[in-house]
Design a protein. Structure first.
Length: 155
C-alpha cells in the first residue's frame, strides 16, 4: 500500500529525519516531557520498521510502549506543555486526513496518537489475521500524526 504524504510532512517522512527531530527535541526536554518524547521516539522507530522495513507488526507490538503516557496522564500531566499554542496547518495539509487538526491543542494530538497505539496493542494480538483492520494503514496513520506533532513543535 502506498502512503500518500502531504507536502508539509514529506521532509519528516524521509528515512530517519523524524527520528533525528525527535532526538533533538528529547535532548532539549527535561523530566516528564523528556520521558514521553523518548517513548514517542522509540515507538516511531518500531512503527517505521513495520512500514519501511517489512517487519511484521507481531514482532514489535510488545515493545511498543504506552507506559510513560499512561503514567503521566494518571498524574494529570499537562501535555500542552510539550508545545504551547494551537496546531496550525500548512496549506498543503488542507483536504488531507490531517486537516481536522487545525486549531486543536497539542494535548489532543498526543492523546490521539496514544489512543491509536493503545488500540493496536489491544487488538492486534487477537485479530491480527482479520483483514478488515488494515494494520499497515493504522501504522501509517499513527506515523503521520507523529510527523504532524513534530511539524507543530518546529513551528
Amino acid at each position: 500500500m502506498e502512503l500518500t504524504i502531504p507536502t508539509a510532512l514529506k521532509s519528516l517522512s524521509a528515512a530517519g529525519s523524524a527520528i533525528k527531530d525527535l532526538t533533538a527535541w528529547w535532548k532539549k526536554a527535561k523530566g516528564d516531557s523528556r520521558a514521553v518524547i523518548g517513548e514517542l521516539k522509540d515507538n516511531l522507530s518500531y512503527l517505521d520498521m513495520v512500514a519501511e522495513d517489512g517487519v511484521d507488526l507481531s514482532e514489535v507490538i510488545d515493545t511498543i510502549s504506552v507506559s510513560e503516557y499512561k503514567r503521566l496522564a494518571k498524574e494529570g500531566f499537562n501535555f500542552n506543555t510539550l508545545k504551547k499554542g494551537k496546531i496550525s496547518l500548512l496549506p498543503s495539509l488542507e483536504g488531507t486526513d490531517l486537516s481536522s487538526w487545525n486549531g486543536k491543542e497539542t494535548a489532543e494530538l498526543i492523546e490521539s496518537i496514544y489512543d491509536k497505539i493503545n488500540d493496536l496493542k489491544i487488538r492486534h494480538p487477537y485479530v491480527k489475521k482479520n483483514e478488515k483492520y488494515r494494520w499497515s494503514v493504522r501504522v501509517n496513520n499513527i506515523r503521520k500524526r507523529i510527523w504532524l506533532l513534530l511539524k507543530h513543535v518546529r513551528s
